[in-house]
Write a protein that binds this ligand. Sequence first.
Ligand code: HEM
Length: 491
Amino acid sequence: MLIDISRIQDIFAVFVLIILYLLVGYRPPWLWKHEKNQKTIDNIPGPLSLPFLGTRWIYWFGNYSFTKVHEVYADLFRRYGSIVKEETLFNIPVISILDHKDIEKVLKSSGKFPVRPPTEVIAYYRKTRPDRYASGGLVNEQGIVWHHLRTNLTSELTSPRTIASFLPQIDQIIEEWCSLIKQVRVNERQINDLKPLAERLGLEVTCALVLGRRMGFLLPDGISPNAQALANAVHQHFLACRDTFYGLPFWKIWTTPAYMHLVEGEETIYTLALELITSANEEARESAVFQSVLKASVDDREKTAAIVDFIAAGIYTLGNSIVFLLHLIGSNPECQKKLIDDLSVGSTTYLKACINEAFRMIPTAYCLARVSEQDLELSGYHIKAGTVLLCHTGLACKNDSNFTNACKFEPERWIGDAKTSTVSTATFLVTPFGIGKRICPGRRFVEQVLTSLLMNVVEQFNISKEDDLELQFEFILAPKGPVKVFFDDKN
Ligand code: HEM
């Protein structure tokens, strides 16, 4: 009898094992074959990856420079095709994509809380200062924490009504900037370097919106030491992000100069933001954006962090975009003439087309980063959820297969019959402010500033340029060297 029971147990155990094998171990031959043939992330071409160091060595020992990352990617795509694999430290893959359909697929696949990879060095620094930061902040947080910050801190910044009510102040600031141009011109026409002047405008108008204060960045006899410190801090902040991201990663072990610069930049912006919050005057109390941040239902530390993030994310990007826009207009006298004609009949159609076209030609945020939230098929490769993907929208915009005469400044492509086909391609490629739920909350404000700027500038000046613009990578695209532009008075 005992023997019989143990035999039954054996049979039962074999039966359970067969079931388990069928459930988890068995793959039908067709599926097996498919998996074997399927190209995975391991098959994506790219530079040689070294154990532990990955492919970052191309910047340290190769011919590539991280001041020219935009050119590095153009070269990588030329060598390896429209999908390229790099590996960061510890061999974590980062996939760069150029194909329009792939970019669209990635940007469309984001869920409720799109994941943009955080800037590691900022996330690290903020964790070392729990006295100041309750989280990584709006730019670097993910998931439910990001959603909580976004909903509570950006409603006024993104509100059309708030930005429209700020328009008179924008116009006044632009008017002051045009006066400044007149005062600092050499021989009543020549601006030897447009960059610092564009940065001062970016600073003044962004601080006026975010802090509700005029900071005096446009005073003709130079700016105050405090204001200069803020301008330097924001610039330093971007360079330090670039250097810690692409440079040797020693900042993780000891305090490198790049890490020191980042800390200095963050601390200067933070100290100033805190000072302005605690000393808010009548003017500041009337500022909708500033007030909405102060009254938000979030931890007090998040409020100062949000002001820091708005300043850091807004000023430098805006300054660079102003240089790119005015240089492109100065390089295209025909377009300038059409723009003036169109404005003279009360239309802003051509002006808006010029701004779209400038963003297509030189987007300061030259690519969009996401972490895939689901498995994706990109250019025939199976990409697992959780992979870091870089959508190279800036390079795709310069591709003739996406836009005819892609390297030419042609605002006409955004008008009339041509518009429909341009817009259908542009939806996922001309994305200077990003796309989806993580889109830049400063977009509406920036568009308003650029519209008012271009209108005022072409009404007062004929702009022209001497040299071509050279670009440099400073974590975003920035002009390299002095940008000489002529501002001749209109007769
Ligand atoms: C020309 C100027 C600007 C450009 C080109 C720009 C571009 C961008 C881009 C590309 C993103 C990422 C979007 C994405 O991943 O889909 C972003 C995010 C962000 N920007 Fe801007 N931006 C500009 C100005 C501003 C201004 C003026 C502010 C604030 C006053 C601002 C605040 C932010 C913030 C807080 C984020 C993070 C949003 C989030 O993750 O939810 N930006 N910006």
